[in-house]
Every structure is written in structure tokens, then in C-alpha cells.
Design a protein around this ligand. Structure first.
Ligand SMILES: Cc1cc2nc3c(=O)[nH]c(=O)nc-3n(C[C@H](O)[C@H](O)[C@H](O)COP(=O)(O)OP(=O)(O)OC[C@H]3O[C@@H](n4cnc5c(N)ncnc54)[C@H](O)[C@@H]3O)c2cc1C
Ligand code: FES
Length: 271
């Protein structure tokens, strides 16, 4: 097992930009699609927690005009990547409508990944499509011998990404929580977190969930890294559209200084 489990970061900092053919796109839960694209260079280089900007380019004459950020949820040895897409507005709706053979414009891999230490237990806490970065992380880290637990919460059963597919991608069943109790355990996914002992907790999901985790980390003293889901215009540090407030009052760009941050480096005051 390698001591440093931060895979391939720094190998080549320049992101790749190319038109990637869609291999498949299927609905996997309410308002949720699993999109596979052929992107050998991004598949080879992506690290756990990194994302791509995906769009259609300036010649595309209908919304979305700007690309959108999506975590890379999976990669295959033959050069495919998988994205978990939940439909909210024009951008995600256009991705949900993609058909095999069509192309989307990809830029990536982007952002700072999660950092893991081999000696520690890792607990991933995913809210909704915050699951995506933990599919690639849990699967690959477990295959390297790391003890990884995956807690995954949704509002209700209809939104839960196929548990069988999660198990195939990550090599173990997730612990599923639904807020209405229609699948798995009843309650909020953060209720399932046991952060005792030497542990690194990783969180990705809605801000309210990350804030709750950050509050617990501050009270209980465990290490917490979070991946924030800010709106992004460029993904590469030029538009300032993605800033978050640091604990000492500075503005940090989520696209280049994140999206993964130590929770203690961010301000968690609401508003
Ligand atoms: C680093 C990063 C990784 C991401 N990874 C994923 C991923 O793996 N899968 C995924 O589905 N999404 C992911 N997102 C969120 C995704 O980028 C947005 O959902 C998407 O940009 C929305 O674009 P849109 O055009 O569909 O909606 P917009 O037109 O931008 O928004 C439509 C409406 O939906 C609301 N909305 C948009 N996004 C969300 C959201 N995430 N939660 C709640 N309300 C929202 C907006 O506030 C607005 O009211 C990620 C974001 C970041 C920053
Ligand atoms: S998305 Fe443009 S600066 Fe971060």
C-alpha cells in the first residue's frame, strides 16, 4: 500500500479540453442520470474529488451557454468516465438529454482532490449527488487496501442511485439513509456518522449538511474535508463566480483552491 494516497496530482497541471463522445446515458433514479463519456486523457489523470466543466461550446445556440461543473464519479481502464447528473435547470437538463454518439465539450480534470492518509479510517458522508466523488474514491481506495465507509443520504427512495451499481463501483454496499424512511435507515445521513478514533471524514452534499458536519468536527475534534458545490462560470480561476468565505474572512475560489477544503479553513456562518 502506498503511504500517500493522493493519486497522480501534479503529474500534468494543464487541463484537457476536448469534445467527448457519449458512450451511454441512462436514468438511474428520479431526475438523475448516469452519463458515460469517452475521455481517455481525463480518465487517466483524474484524482478523487476532481471535477470537469461540461458544456457544448460557443457555437451551441441554446442554453446552457456556460459549462457546468460535475465531479468525476468513475473511470475505466479503457478511457471512459462516469458522471452522476441530477436535473435542476437548463445545464443539467441538456446533459440528461444527451444520446450515445453525441458529443459534449469537456475541460478537466480540475480542482484540488481529497487527501488521504493510509493509516486512517476514512468515512465518506454523501448527501444526494454529493455521492459522485465518493464512487471513484471508495472503489479505488478500497482496492488499495484502505478502510473506507460510505454513508449516503437522500430525501426518499425514488432519488437513491441504484445500490447494486454503487456496490459494483465501490466494492462494498453503502449505508443508505432516507429522510422519509422509504429506503435504508430513517433519518439524516449525518446521524450515521461515528467519528471516534483516528478518522478522516469526507463530506460532499448540500451546504446545510456540510455545515452540520463542520459543527460536529469542531465539537468532536475530528479531521473533516468537504467538497463544496458552488455555481461556477469558468472552472479555472478567472470569473470569480465560485468564491467561498474563509474562516479568516478572505474569499477563496472553489474551482482552483477547492472544491475540496479543510472544513476548519472555511466560514460556516449562514448567509
Ligand atoms: C465541484 C462541483 C461538482 C459537482 N458535481 C456534481 C455531480 O456530480 N452531480 C450533480 O448532479 N451536480 C453536481 N454539481 C452541481 C452542478 O454543477 C449543478 O447542479 C449544475 O451546475 C446546475 O446547473 P443547471 O443549469 O442544471 O441549473 P441552474 O440553472 O444553474 O439552476 C437551476 C436551479 O436549481 C438550483 N440548483 C442548481 N444546482 C443545484 C444543486 N446542486 N442543489 C440544489 N439546487 C441546485 C439553482 O439554485 C436554481 O434555482 C457539482 C458542482 C460543483 C461545484
Ligand atoms: S468558476 Fe470562475 S473563478 Fe471559479
Amino acid at each position: 500500500m502506498q503511504a500517500d494516497l493522493e493519486p497522480r496530482v501534479g503529474e500534468s497541471p494543464a487541463p484537457v479540453r476536448h469534445r467527448a463522445p457519449v458512450v451511454s446515458n441512462r436514468r438511474v433514479a428520479a431526475d438523475t442520470w448516469w452519463l458515460e463519456l469517452e475521455s481517455p486523457e481525463i480518465a487517466r489523470r483524474v484524482a478523487w474529488g476532481q471535477f470537469v466543466m461540461i458544456g457544448f461550446g460557443l457555437e451551441h445556440l441554446a442554453p446552457p451557454f456556460l459549462p457546468r461543473p460535475f465531479s468525476v464519479g468513475w473511470r475505466s481502464p479503457d478511457g471512459r468516465i462516469g458522471l452522476l447528473v441530477r436535473r435542476f435547470g437548463a445545464g443539467s437538463a441538456a446533459l440528461a438529454a444527451l444520446r450515445p454518439g453525441e458529443r459534449a465539450l469537456l475541460l478537466g480534470p480540475l480542482g484540488r482532490p481529497f487527501r488521504l492518509e493510509a493509516a486512517r479510517r476514512v468515512v465518506c458522508v454523501a448527501g444526494g449527488v454529493g455521492l459522485a466523488p465518493f464512487l471513484i474514491l471508495a472503489g479505488e481506495a478500497r482496492r488499495q487496501g484502505l478502510a473506507v465507509e460510505l454513508l449516503y443520504g437522500e430525501l426518499s427512495a425514488e432519488r437513491v442511485f441504484d445500490p447494486v451499481l454503487i456496490e459494483q463501483l465501490t466494492d462494498a454496499p453503502p449505508q443508505i439513509w432516507t429522510e422519509d424512511g422509504t429506503l435504508g435507515r430513517h433519518g439524516r445521513v449525518t446521524d450515521g456518522l461515528d467519528a471516534s478514533g483516528p478518522v478522516t471524514v469526507l463530506g460532499c452534499g448540500p451546504t446545510a449538511m456540510l455545515r452540520a458536519l463542520a459543527g460536529r468536527a469542531a465539537r468532536e475534534g475530528f479531521e473533516l474535508q468537504v467538497s463544496v458545490e458552488e455555481h461556477m462560470g469558468c472552472g479555472v480561476g478567472t470569473c470569480q463566480g465560485c468564491v467561498v468565505r474563509s474562516a479568516d474572512g478572505r474569499w477563496l475560489k472553489a474551482c482552483t483552491e477547492g472544491p475540496v477544503f479543510d472544513a476548519s479553513d472555511l466560514s460556516w456562518s449562514p448567509g
